[in-house]
Write a protein that binds this ligand. Structure first.
Ligand code: URA
Length: 185
């Protein structure tokens, strides 16, 4: 089952429906002190219950290759952990709701390793970490941002956007140059 309008689900059926949602958890490690945050799982991620294993994941691998690291070097997760119906963009209300478990996830990670910096992928993740009033990636990309809990945050374009606009990878490279300086050597 996909995430639809949970508000309209009668209270008695709520837990039954929630139990059928397919949850895609974050995964990976903190070897390089980097946590990447995407938007929400798509169909492939839902089927395999792993983040970024579809087409967008292939582009993400290009990001990682550019900075000279691999999946096993980073922790990767999503703001929304279940697939939105029809792969729609999560609403600001959903982002605010899912921010709570996301921040708990980050706090839990702090106990397991070195300090880490955050790379947000796309507008949803930037909003989750910096606030829903962000309207365009251009407002926050290209410089280190400080948001909730004082993490250093680099906001870059979502890999799915690069699939549609390959030239934007040049902008992503500028953000990844900042990421290279932040990551643990
Ligand atoms: N897009 C995302 O934001 N996250 C995924 O896990 C896959 C595609």
């Amino acid at each position: 089952m996909k995430l639809s309008s949970i508000d309209s689900i009668p209270h008695l059926w709520y837990s039954k429906v929630m139990s059928k949602l397919i949850y895609v958890p974050g995964e990976g490690g903190l070897r390089k002190g980097l946590v990447f945050i995407g938007e929400a799982p798509g169909a492939t991620e839902e089927a395999l219950q792993k983040p970024f294993v579809g087409q967008a994941g292939e582009v993400l691998d290009r990001y990682l290759k550019y900075v000279g690291i691999t999946r096993s070097d980073i922790y990767i997760t999503n703001v929304v952990k279940v697939r939105p119906e029809d792969n729609r963009t999560p609403t600001d209300e959903e982002i605010a709701t899912w921010r709570v478990p996301l921040l708990k996830e980050l706090t839990a990670l702090e106990r397991y390793g070195e300090s880490f910096s955050i790379v947000t992928l796309g507008l949803t993740a930037a909003k989750a970490m910096l606030g829903e009033d962000i309207e365009k990636m251009g407002q926050v990309s290209g410089a280190i941002q400080y948001g909730c809990l004082d993490y250093k945050i680099v906001c870059t374009y979502h890999p799915a956007y690069i699939l549609r606009s390959p030239d934007a990878f040049n902008e992503v490279k500028k953000d990844l140059d900042i990421v290279s300086k932040l990551m643990l050597q």
